[in-house]
Design a protein around this ligand. Sequence first.
Ligand SMILES: Nc1nc2c(ncn2[C@@H]2O[C@H](COP(=O)(O)OP(=O)(O)OP(=O)(O)O)[C@@H](O)[C@H]2O)c(=O)[nH]1
Length: 249
Amino acid sequence: MEALARLHLTVTRAYKVNPDINFEIFIHKVDGLSDDHKIETQRDIHQRANDDLADAGLEKIHLSFYLTSIYDHSIFEAFSKVVQKLIPQLPTLENLLNIFISNSGIEKAFLFDVVSKIYIATDSTPVDMQTYELCCDMIDVVIDISCIYGLKDDGTGTPYDKESMAIIKLNNTTVLYLKEVTKFLALVCFVREESFERKGLIDYNFHCFRKAIQEVFEVRMKVVRSRKHQSHLQKNKRPTPNGTPRMPL
Ligand SMILES: Nc1nc2c(ncn2[C@@H]2O[C@H](COP(=O)(O)OP(=O)(O)OP(=O)(O)O)[C@@H](O)[C@H]2O)c(=O)[nH]1
């Protein structure tokens, strides 16, 4: 009850400051609850929080809820979904992943931020927690092995670079395939063993996919740079407090 009251206070105050704000609410430490109980709890909290907002005449505020715990990967998954809402290029990334997997015979693919293990995009097939956890474990294994055996004797070098890739064959005829996409991103795919026999095709399609992803982010960087340049010019055009121009006009 106290938590709900605090939530209401936080939401209403934040909304007053910025009506465009997104509210993402984590119902944390749910590991102690059974699966049925988790859903029931979420529904109950959602209902009460919405009722409180409706009573205050703020029914237009949308609250998103996530069930999280530090004892599994739910917290990472929840953060992934939140971060994805902040990525304007998400539909493009999803589209590229859909094209890539359907042309390569891949079951599922995730685009991961390697350091945080947040996935910034995946194809449109449903995500199941176990698949996501396996991908996180694979990234951990690759980075750990690389840190132990991949750095130079004097400790220089990076554990994740252009050459980073890994193949792990599971005992259920599935292959996990990890490849570097950019300095920060990795693609992790689930492939059936028989589809992995056409690795050449997968690699060629991956090459095209990586190029497309890099182009997407290059466009973004160009926009950011030109905005910065413009605001810099405008700032310099503004006169100083004593009225003299900052730059020769
Ligand atoms: N069962 C469970 N315990 C958790 C979880 N996350 C944190 N804890 C435990 O909760 C305790 C408090 O964690 P803190 O990191 O101090 O969090 P806090 O916000 O300062 O404290 P709280 O208000 O109690 O959450 C620690 O003993 C954590 O191990 C979780 O997902 N499940």
